[in-house]
Write a protein of this length. Structure first.
Length: 167
């Protein structure tokens, strides 16, 4: 039990790193801080219900999922907002995807999530940081503690894996 308490105390000290990680995915410091706060709340709720063997990894996974949700939600909202109301209203019908297109997009998104989940953790993080967070290879290398060459290779291999799974 003492070991578990020590693990949870160590988790609290990784807040700054988690904010930086969420910021790389979302590109917004304020959102990143909100995401980390929400992640800590969820960790506390889960830890109250059951013992977590690796709370640090669990917390990082929560932050990742919340950050990706925020990015995808922001992209959907940006795509649906049109500044000129009258012109937008006239084009709304033609801009909406058909039910078949929407179903295909949901299926493709689910397959992409599954492909990302298949990747080893470092490779998945590298792909997410690069493709969703817009992080530079140098930033990825620093975050993962690897060389620039290794970071580049992780991104290339991860993207190739995802592409092959989406075909």
């Amino acid at each position: 039990m003492g070991q578990t308490k020590l693990q949870y105390e160590q988790v609290i000290h990784q807040r700054r790193d988690l904010i930086r990680y969420a910021n790389r995915i979302t590109g917004d410091q304020d959102y990143a801080e909100e995401i980390v706060q929400e992640a800590y709340l969820r960790l506390g709720e889960t830890a109250a219900k059951r013992l977590l063997e690796q709370p640090r990894r669990y917390l990082a996974r929560i932050v990742r999922n919340l950050a990706l949700d925020r990015v995808w939600r922001s992209r959907r909202e940006a795509a649906s907002f049109v500044p000129d109301g009258e012109m937008a209203l006239a084009s709304v019908v033609s801009d909406l995807p058909s039910p078949e297109e929407a179903a295909l997009a949901r299926d493709e998104f689910a397959r992409l999530e599954a492909a990302l989940a298949e990747l080893p953790e470092r490779k998945r993080i590298a792909v997410e940081m690069h493709r969703f967070g817009g992080a530079k290879l140098r930033e990825i290398a620093e975050e993962l503690g690897v060389s620039l060459t290794v970071a580049h290779q992780l991104v290339i291999e991860g993207v190739a894996h995802c592409r092959s799974r989406l075909r």
